[in-house]
Every structure is written in C-alpha cells, then in structure tokens.
Design a protein around this ligand. Structure first.
Ligand SMILES: [Zn+2]
Length: 198
C-alpha cells in the first residue's frame, strides 16, 4: 500500500513538474500586468498601443541602447530598439519591488515615445515616468497583485535612485531631487494617470 502511495505521489509530481517548469519569472509577470494596464489606458483614449520588449542583462560590460554599460546603469528604455532593459548586476531577477519600480518607470519612457504625453524637458520626462510608475503600482496594490507595502518601498527606491549627491555628473538634475521624485510618484499613486498629465 505504501509503495502504491509512493508511486501515486511520483505520478502526481511528474504531472505537476511541467507547470512548475513553466512558472513565469517575476519580470514576466510584471511585464504582462504592465502591458495589459497600458493597453487598456491607450484603448480608453482611442490611441493605438505597441508593446515594448523587456530584457534582463547580467554581465558587467554588456552594453544596451548601444552605449549604456549594464555595470553602471540599473535600467533604461531605448527608443530606437523599443526595449526596456534591466541590469541584474544591480537587481536580483526575483526582487519584486526593485523590478516593479524600475520597469514601470522605464515603461513610462516607452509610453512617452508612443504618443505626446505633454512633456518637453528632460526633468519633465523623468518625473512623469515616476508618476506613471506610481499610478501603475497603485493599481497593482488595489488589484491585490502586490502588497500595499510594496508601494511604500517603491516610493523610497524611486527617491534613492537618480540624481542624489553621489550621482555621475552627466546625470545631474535629470531626474529631479528626492522630493521632486516623491511628489511625482505620489501624484500618480493617489491620482492615477490623469494626475500625470496623461
Ligand atoms: Zn527615466
């Protein structure tokens, strides 16, 4: 009897194995949710929407966008290749909060590349991308996709990234101050895309 149970268990495990092997990665899940959310937002506005590509790269020295080194750049959006890239040299592929924050911000630049979102200066582009990230993360927490605490952590991460005192000189003031970034993120988080000007 015990042997039959073991056999039955082995069969069950064998049946389960393919679905375990097909389990989506954290970035795949974020991709699917962000893509669907933005597609719906574009449809509501009568705009046509194209999905970006998402790549995770890990090797220091890997270049993305043709010139950004994955060793120095946590994430970027490249308009020419329509690609969001995240460097796992900074972010673990399982780090939900960091991936959510980075990908939803960079996705915002993809949105800005798709249509006129009413911004013109570099800092406006960056703060609107923070606002878009805040709006998506608010949706994700309201839809119970992620814990509400993730929203608070994402806000802290947005503030910590970008133009802090130790930032590289070429990057200076592009992303705004920590309070600029918090205000932009919170605007999206509390008011949705409309409060981001879109
Ligand atoms: Zn940005």
């Amino acid at each position: 009897m015990a042997r039959r149970f073991v056999l039955a268990l082995a069969v069950v495990l064998a049946l389960l194995a393919p679905s375990v092997a097909r389990a989506q990665s954290t970035s795949d899940l974020i991709y699917a949710e962000l893509d669907a959310w933005w597609a719906a937002a574009f449809a509501e506005r009568g705009l046509s929407y194209n999905s970006p590509q998402l790549d995770l790269v890990d090797a220091p020295g890997t270049e993305f966008c043709g010139f950004l080194d994955a060793f120095y750049t946590p994430a970027a959006y490249c308009p020419a290749s329509n690609r969001v890239t995240v460097s796992t040299g900074f972010v673990s592929p399982d780090a939900l909060t960091a991936l959510l924050t980075l990908i939803s911000h960079e996705w915002g630049h993809h949105i800005q590349n798709q249509t006129d979102t009413g911004v013109s200066s570099a800092i406006e582009y960056e703060l609107q991308a923070d606002c878009f990230a805040g709006a998506f993360i608010a949706y994700a927490t309201e839809a119970d996709l992620v814990s509400p605490i993730i929203g608070t952590l994402a806000l802290q991460l947005s503030q910590a990234a970008g133009d802090v005192w130790w930032a590289a000189p070429f990057d200076e003031a592009i992303h705004g101050t920590q309070s600029d970034r918090a205000i932009a993120f919170l605007a999206g988080q509390s008011g949705g895309l409309e409060s981001c000007g879109f």
